[in-house]
Design a protein around this ligand. Structure first.
Ligand code: PBG
Length: 323
C-alpha cells in the first residue's frame, strides 16, 4: 500500500482546509522613518518603496497602513542634530516624540511603537555612551530610560529598546513606572545579532557607527544557546514582548525561543532581507510577491506571532486582494 499525502493536496479547497499556518494583516508592524521638514517623502535608494517622511507625509502613510488593516507602526527618528550623548533622543520636541503625538491624534486606535536606541542620535553612531573608547553599558541605561519615558509621555503604546545594553529592560521598566507610565509596554529586542543584514537600514536612519562595529554589544551570529539566555533575562526583567532579529537567517532561533517563551514573539524581517527580495525581483530573477509571502509565512511557521516588516503595506494588499 502507498501512503498518499497527495490526497490532501488535491484541490484548492482541501489545501485551504488543512493549511497549518497563515499570515494575516494583523500580524504586521510597519517600520517608518521620520525626519524634520515639510512635504518630504525622500526615497531610500537601497530599500525601494521605503521613504524618509516628514510629519505631514508620515500621517498620510500611517493612515494608509491603518486603512489596509495593519494595526501597528514602529517609528525611527532622524534628528535635526547629533551629539556625543544623543540629547535630541529624549527632547519633548524631538522628531519621534512629535510623530507619536501626531499619529495618536489622527489615528487613536493605531498601536504606536518606538525604537529606543542612541545610534541615530549620537555623532559617533554607537548605541550607547562612549567611555574610554568603549560603549559604556551602565552609563547608557539612564539615557535609554530617559528616551523611553519621553516616548511614553508623547503617547507611545510600546517602547522597543534595540541597543543591546545589559539590564536595560529592568531600568526602562522602573523608569516608566516611576514616571507614572505603568501601562506603557516594552517590546524588547532581546535576541539581536550583529548582522550584515542591517546595511540598508543604516543608510535609511543614518546610524552607521563611525568607528569599530557593534560586536561588543550585539550577539554573535554563531550562538543559539545564548539566544535562550538573552530571552530569559528580558522576560525576567519584565518585557511584555520579545523580539528575534534578523528573521530569515535566524528561523531556527525563532523556533527555539518560541519553545521557552510564553510572551508574544516578534520577528524583525530586516532591511537587508527586504532589499535582497526587491533587488532580485527588479531583475526579474524571482517573483517578488510570491517570495515575499513565502518569506513572511516561513517566519510565522517558525513560531513568530508578529512580524516587523517593510513589506507590511505590500503584503497587506496582496492578502486583501486574495480574500
Ligand atoms: C538601531 C536599530 C537597527 C535596526 C533597528 N534598530 C540598526 C543596527 O542595530 O545597526 C535594524 C533594522 C533593519 O535593518 O531593518 N540600533
Amino acid at each position: 500500500m502507498i501512503v498518499r499525502p497527495r490526497r490532501l493536496r488535491k484541490t484548492a479547497a482541501i489545501r485551504d482546509m488543512v493549511r497549518e499556518t497563515s499570515v494575516s494583516v494583523k500580524d504586521f508592524i510597519a517600520p517608518l522613518f521620520v525626519k524634520h521638514g515639510k512635504g518630504l517623502k525622500d526615497p531610500i535608494p537601497s530599500m525601494p518603496g521605503q521613504y524618509q517622511f516628514s510629519l505631514d507625509t508620515l500621517l498620510d502613510e500611517a493612515e494608509e497602513i491603518w486603512n489596509l488593516g495593519v494595526p501597528s507602526v514602529i517609528l525611527f527618528g532622524l534628528p535635526d542634530a547629533k551629539d556625543a550623548t544623543g540629547t535630541r533622543s529624549w527632547a519633548e520636541d524631538g522628531i519621534v516624540q512629535l510623530a507619536v503625538k501626531a499619529i495618536k491624534d489622527r489615528l487613536p486606535g493605531m498601536v504606536v511603537m518606538t525604537d529606543v536606541c542612541m545610534c541615530e542620535y549620537t555623532d559617533h553612531g554607537h548605541c550607547g555612551l562612549i567611555l574610554n573608547g568603549q560603549v559604556d553599558n551602565d552609563g547608557t541605561l539612564a539615557l535609554l530610560s530617559r528616551q523611553a519615558v519621553s516616548h511614553a509621555r508623547a503617547g507611545a503604546d510600546f517602547v522597543a529598546p534595540s541597543d543591546m545594553m545589559d539590564g536595560r529592560v529592568a531600568a526602562i521598566r522602573q523608569a516608566l513606572d516611576q514616571e507614572g507610565f505603568k501601562d506603557t509596554g516594552i517590546l524588547s529586542y532581546a535576541v539581536k545579532y550583529a548582522s550584515g543584514f542591517y546595511g540598508p537600514f543604516r543608510d535609511a536612519a543614518d546610524s552607521a557607527p563611525q568607528f569599530g562595529d557593534r560586536s561588543g554589544y550585539q550577539m554573535d551570529p554563531a550562538n543559539a544557546m545564548e539566544a535562550l539566555k538573552e530571552a530569559g533575562i528580558d522576560m525576567d526583567e519584565g518585557a511584555d514582548m520579545i523580539m528575534v532579529k534578523p528573521a530569515l537567517p535566524y528561523l531556527d532561533i525563532i523556533s527555539r525561543v518560541r519553545e521557552i517563551c510564553a510572551l508574544p514573539l516578534v520577528a524583525y524581517n530586516v532591511s537587508g532581507e527586504y532589499a535582497m527580495v526587491k533587488a532580485a525581483a527588479m531583475n526579474d530573477w524571482i517573483d517578488g510577491e510570491r517570495v515575499m509571502m513565502e518569506m513572511l509565512l516561513s517566519i510565522k511557521r517558525a513560531g513568530a506571532d508578529l512580524i516587523i516588516t517593510y513589506f507590511s503595506k505590500e503584503a497587506a494588499r496582496a492578502i486583501v486582494s486574495k480574500q
